[in-house]
Design a protein around this ligand. Structure first.
Ligand code: TXA
Ligand code: MG
Length: 333
């Protein structure tokens, strides 16, 4: 079990000694460690069970520190920084040698971000090094948005969870790289395409089926609960096909009749997409813990933050569709 508390001095001490601490951010909790220390970075990969080909994001206290770690910042990146940092935007920029190759999985660009959480910013200001931090979940599982999620999933592997409460955004940062001066979105996230376009003009959306992968780490089965998850645009018809006693349902804002109360999560009864984002991973954690036969989730309107949430749900459901295709879905599990 990890200790959970709000003591940033304690967190700083563990980190300074090369240890790993779960840190709060506005998106999800991260597994933080000294990004400049290869041993610590290796320990993060191992605690998470993450393959070495999937790079980590480096967290800094403010944009002013960027030039210590990257060699160039395109003009359009400056604009994005001005508007969105601190905030849920990760920028892929050419790394300086001081960033170990292990952090970037051998890639030339490093993902940099300034998290918008007062405790973590204060912590970063105390430390003489930046923090490499992937989401604090075991590889492929749902990201944690509360200290309790971190404790359940990975508590036995780390000494301390810095308690910053529930994450205000609830989905990961948007990851943006650059093709010369044009932004390319590699991972949809808490900042929407529409918001980016307003500041940066036209942007590319990286398409994993037609474009070459920037890193082989962009696997489809992320964010998955252990319970098979199915995604539908027609929730009310879909739920008729299953026994309510063995099925969990996640809806955007509507209620479903005939299901036990604890099998239904309504993400935002006032139909706020921001509130739905904040509650989505929690809902997946909650229903997954019931060990039901399946979880049915409703597709969101496919724009703005809805696009990001659909992306996560599609990825979470891919494992189930694959298992089904291979014919090995064991109904007794
Ligand atoms: O909101 C977030 O970004 C959270 C919090 C803790 O900051 N972090 C997070 O980290 O989601 P992680 O490691 O779970 O996901 C990072 C994503 C991965 O899809 C990874 O492949 C991509 O960012 N990424 C990181 N560095 C990259 C790089 N140099 N080039 C391409 N993709 C990169
Ligand atoms: Mg992650």
């Amino acid at each position: 079990m990890a200790e959970t508390g709000k003591d940033i001095t304690k967190a700083a001490l563990i980190l300074t000694n090369g240890g790993i601490v779960a840190i709060p951010t506005e998106t999800v909790y991260g597994l933080g460690g000294n990004a400049l220390d290869e041993k610590t970075v290796a320990a993060i990969f191992s605690a998470k069970g993450r393959p070495a080909y999937n790079p980590l994001i480096v967290h800094i206290a403010g944009g002013g520190e960027l030039n210590k770690y990257v060699t160039a910042v395109p003009a359009v990146a400056e604009k994005l920084i001005e508007r969105f940092w601190p905030g849920p935007l990760t920028l892929l920029l050419p790394k300086k040698e001081i960033i170990p190759n292990l952090v970037t999985a051998g890639l030339l660009d490093v993902g940099m971000r300034v998290p918008n959480h007062p405790l973590t910013i204060e912590l970063l200001q105390m430390l003489p090094f930046p923090l490499a931090a992937p989401s604090a979940n075991p590889f492929g599982y749902i990201s944690p948005t509360s200290p309790a999620h971190v404790e359940q999933q990975i508590g036995q592997k780390i000494p301390y969870i810095l308690d910053g409460g529930i994450c205000s955004q609830g989905v990961e940062s948007t990851v943006v790289g650059f093709d010369k001066n044009t932004p390319v979105v590699y991972r949809l996230g808490a900042i929407t395409i529409e918001e980016l376009t307003k500041v940066a003009g036209p942007i590319f959306l990286y398409n994993k089926t037609t474009d070459a992968p920037p890193s082989p780490g962009m696997l489809p089965y992320h964010y998955s609960p252990l319970t098979p998850l199915y995604l539908t645009s027609n929730l009310h018809d879909m739920v008729q096909n299953f026994l309510p006693s063995e099925t969990g349902v996640i809806t955007f804002h509507s209620h479903i009749r005939g299901y036990p109360d604890n099998h239904i999560v309504i993400l935002s009864s006032k139909a706020s997409i921001r509130e739905a984002a904040r509650n989505l991973y929690s809902a997946l954690h909650q229903l997954d813990a019931l060990h039901l036969k399946r979880i049915i989730a409703e597709r969101f309107p496919d724009y703005g933050l809805g696009k990001t949430l659909n992306d996560r749900l599609v990825k979470a459901s891919m494992k189930s569709s694959l298992i089904e295709k291979l014919g090995s879905l064991d109904d007794n599990q």
